[in-house]
Write a protein that binds this ligand. Structure first.
Ligand code: F6R
Length: 584
């Protein structure tokens, strides 16, 4: 989704914002634009295409300014064309606006702006003209922004550069916006890693916040709820965590980071997990809510809760609406999200308004993190590849820990964590890495791949299929191995490949189902801790007790990554996808 970064201070904004906007590219975009304050008025450069191409085309690196906004656009309203790239200006070229979000009532607002000259098809452009309208009537920039904010419906965060003001003015609602307080100036951005090299002091803004960003100071007022507190937080990761280091891609860096992150869990006190376990123990029903990969983590958690005697169900965010008549006040919600900004979940928060909420969330200060009663930080650090890897496995682990702690099985949980970490040393040995390479080599030329498994292996099949689709563009479909006989078996021929995930707990049943595939000529790539006759190719995973899915997952992630590389795709930025999905 769109990325915004702005700076106002004593230094030249351009180098900061060039670095910052490149760091926001992972969010997904189709156009880049910038607005810089200058003695001759506002300079706007914008175009469709890659950030670096647009920057080089317009020589943005040769410009300088102390006050500027850079923006990447992910088209939602209006096609991919230069005029639709942000920032948007008003008729008099006094202001420039960069926006992230959707203005739901843009049509009626545009209707009310007769006489204004619109140059784009975007909803965003109503903002610049609405603000202009108020400035023309004598309002100052802060009042004009505040009154405009009150007129718009939907989730919208935007930053306004006014050539007649020393300050930048911004408002946040729905879409993420954080304030960074640096030595010689201040930042506003869609995320912290984009400016963390220059400061680790941040204010996580709340919905309704209006920020007046001066060169040396800033002020924040909340336009919806004046009691909101704006504490300055110190972030505990450095720029190094948000960089690729020696890795070729963020995706492989983030896959490999899981080994250390899992080990770190052994020295965690799990205070927040204990609090969460106390809540779910007394719940009538526990709903685990997520989207995409985080929904798969929710499925792992729901299954673990049920197996530990607690009634639980995993629901995709947008589907919670179908439960609206049955949600009761004694139910507890567990929200799982890497970004904490997923619209499908934010939109259904009102359905949980009377319930206790636990959040397993990677982004501190995000919209969802602020809404929950118990916040369990995933602690994965910045995840920049579009496909979620480390956040998924850690969310699965945390939701399983909640289940085990709620059943009083704390010791089993710690034992299994240690078992997983011990066996992790044997996971990525050369024979396994070369088996993954061989499987990727086979898969890269296919148009379709099945992923099969039963029980929690089926959840991993869903996740493995999603990863492969995302980064290799191969159609991958996960099917519960037990249900193959109810129809999909008709598709099997000697051209068909299936990745089968086989755990000890359901080995015999899954092997029985795989024989049916084999008997019809199908080829099987087995992921298991034991080789089996039915496998044509074999990738060994390791035993991990309740957390065996972590190791299966790492193998599936590597399989997707390697296939992507063999196909010449950049796995960090798959086409059409955005990291943080803030639209309906
Ligand atoms: C897949 C992926 C997406 C996200 C989904 C939810 O690799 O990353 O499916 O899991 O968009 O995002 P979050 O976790 O930020 O709520």
């Amino acid at each position: 989704m769109c990325g915004i970064i702005a700076y106002n201070g004593q230094d030249d904004a351009v180098p900061y914002l060039l670095e910052g906007i490149r760091n926001l590219e992972y969010r997904g975009y189709d156009s880049f634009g910038c607005a810089l304050d200058s003695k001759v008025g506002i300079i706007i450069k914008k175009d469709i295409g890659k950030v670096d191409d647009v920057i080089n085309k317009y020589k943005v690196q040769n410009l300088s300014s102390n006050k500027a906004i850079f923006h990447t656009r992910w088209a939602t309203h209006g096609g991919v064309k230069t005029e639709n790239a942000h920032p948007m200006i008003d008729c008099t070229h006094r202001i420039a606006v960069a926006h992230n979000g959707i203005i739901e009532n843009w049509a009626e607002l545009k209707e009310s702006l007769g006489g204004h000259k619109f140059i784009s098809d975007t909803d965003t452009e109503v903002l610049s003209h609405l603000i202009e309208e108020k400035l023309n009537k004598g309002a100052d920039i802060q009042t004009a922004v505040k009154d405009t904010f009150k007129q718009i419906k939907g989730s919208s965060s935007f930053i306004v550069l006014d050539k007649q003001s020393e300050d930048l003015v911004a408002v946040k609602k729905g879409s993420p916006l954080v304030l960074g307080i640096a030595k010689n100036g201040n930042f506003l951005s869609s995320d912290v890693p984009s400016f963390v090299r220059h400061t680790n002091k941040v204010v996580y803004l709340s919905d309704g916040d209006m920020v007046v960003l001066g060169k040396k100071s800033y002020s924040i007022t909340n336009l919806i709820n004046k009691d909101v507190k704006h504490e300055v937080s110190t972030v505990n990761f450095s720029a190094k965590h948000a960089e690729k280091g020696d890795y070729e891609h963020f995706m492989i860096k983030e896959i490999m980071e899981q080994l250390g992150l899992m080990k770190n869990l052994e020295s965690t006190d799990f205070k927040d997990v204990i609090q969460a376990a106390a809540l779910v123990k007394n719940a009538k029903l526990v709903y685990l809510i997520g989207a995409g990969t985080s929904y798969h983590a929710a499925m792992l958690g729901a299954k673990a809760l049920r197996e530990n005697g607690i009634n639980a169900v995993a629901v995709q965010g947008q589907d919670l609406i179908t439960y609206r008549k049955v949600i009761s006040a004694d139910d507890v919600f567990i929200i799982i999200s890497q970004s904490g900004e997923t619209a499908d979940i934010i939109n259904v928060l009102p359905l949980m308004s009377k319930n206790k909420k636990i959040g397993i969330i990677n982004s501190d200060g995000s919209t969802l993190a602020k809404e929950v009663d118990v916040f369990i930080p995933i602690g994965a650090g910045p995840e920049k590849a579009v496909a979620s890897t480390k956040s998924f496995t850690l969310s699965g682990v945390y939701s399983t820990l909640i289940a085990m702690f709620a059943a009083g099985r704390n010791e089993d949980a710690i034992h299994d964590l240690k078992l997983m970490n011990m066996n992790m040393y044997n996971l990525l040995v050369p024979s396994v890495l070369s088996a993954i390479d061989k499987a990727a080599e086979k898969i890269k030329g296919l148009e379709n791949v099945f992923f099969l498994g039963r029980d929690s292996d089926y959840i991993m099949a869903l996740e493995g299929a999603l990863k492969l689709k995302e980064v290799s563009y191969i159609h991958a479909e996960a099917i519960d191995a037990a249900t193959f006989k109810h129809g999909p078996l008709a598709l099997i021929s000697d051209k068909v490949y299936a990745v089968a995930i086989v755990s000890e707990s359901n080995r015999n049943d899954t092997l029985y189902n795989l024989q049916e595939v084999k008997a019809r000529g199908g080829n099987i790539i087995g992921i298991s801790d034991k080789n089996e006759n039915v496998f044509d190719m074999f990738i060994r995973t390791q035993e991990g007790g309740s957390f065996g899915f972590v190791m299966q997952s790492i193998i599936l992630q590597l399989l997707a990554y390697k296939t992507s590389i063999l196909k010449g795709i950049n796995p960090d930025r798959p086409k059409n996808l955005a990291k943080s999905v803030t639209v309906k």
